[in-house]
Design a binder for this molecule. Sequence first.
Ligand code: ACO
Length: 428
Amino acid sequence: MSKTAKLEIDNNIYEFPIIEGTEKELGIDIKTLRGVTGGVTTIDPGYKNTGSCESAITFLDGEKGILRYRGYSIEELAEKADFLEVAYLLIFGELPTAIQLAKFDKDIKEESHVDEDMKKILDGFPKSAHPMGVLSSLTSALIAFNPGSVDVDSEEEMYNAIVKILAKFPVLAAWTMRKRKSLPLDYGDNSLGYVENLHKMMFARPNKAYEANKLINDALDKLLILHADHEQNCSTSTVRIVGSSHAGLFASLSAGISALWGPLHGGANQAVIEMLEAIKADGGDTAKYIEKAKDKNDPFRLMGFGHRVYKNFDPRAKIIKQSAEEILGDMGVEDPVLDIAKGLAKVALEDEYFVKRKLYPNVDFYSGIIYRALGIPTEMFTVMFALGRLPGWIAQWREMRLRKEPIGRPRQIYTGENYRDFVKVENR
Ligand code: ACO
């Protein structure tokens, strides 16, 4: 028998169905709540207890530290798949066959140019502009060069839009970095793989032949896979909600990039390195910063610690921590910041404040250390996150549109003034 939940308000009892997910998660379906109760709503700032949709893309269990894309464990995907395969899996639901993957790759390459006039837009930004702001604007500007909305009922149109953005986004991301470094804009090389090409577009020098490096390529590939989706987080929910107004894919993604930029979300990877650098400059006293993080009168938070959903450990952080050590070892990089990070994590993981609140290092705690070792500038870290998250955003947007979800429009409880008469300015 299906489960139900009962709610009592003023001696009236209302019954609501309980939906059960494929992993046995339960959700009270309150779609009819306002109708049957005559306008009673729910209040849940930050949506800590609210499911905004049903989704078949990503499963995570914060208590057990499980993360799966379309049923496949993040550990296995990070080890065995490449980023383009994972992108296909997330967006279309199944791992691609060799033929499907080759077509996907070819179709993306076919679209990997960006209109030359886009350079004029990039030119308008000061060199000091943060790459995330520039990336969001350029993604939005792409709409002007690719007008015409996507008919989501047409599989072909949907596919073409997806392939277009997967192709052009790395070009734009690389350009934001090259602009800051005063390097000529590069279009990459279609004979390279997706991730290698991204690296080339970021780092190729005009007067030097580009040499691909397997170690760097594998590290980047893994990082992008680990960031590829994370169900209904802040930026993904933004993409879905913007898309729910039937704004186009590129517009929805541009909004998602802005949401990701914040230091409580994707911007944390930049904030972590800045924090570790500051601790190093201050003599490396990790205990002092642990105390600051615990002090409620001090706004300082331990960046890269804590997660809305993971209350045990972040499985991505576990993989990345090991990768950071391997990559730094293989590259022969000795980074004092990694030692500070390890020291900080050790103290925090034993400290009652962090243990009690289940605050563990998250994915951003170690990713910046790898990006640094790969020579990626700090202000580009969140752009790297966006590159990884792109397939997840696309998959979630596509799912939302195909399921014909209604426009996202939360309710509120009004707590302002009751009705009052207008007073003319001379009488106030
Ligand atoms: N340092 C110190 N204390 C913390 C931290 C932290 N990093 N994170 C949470 N806390 C404390 C809070 O002060 C609060 O304490 P209280 O119960 O005594 O008031 C308690 O832990 C719960 O914190 P909330 O902010 O309510 O937890 P929430 O789920 O809303 O926030 C978040 C999660 C935003 C990630 C938070 O832990 C944080 O700000 N972390 C630092 C930023 C960060 O690393 N963000 C990246 C997230 S991962 C990602 O986006 C890919």
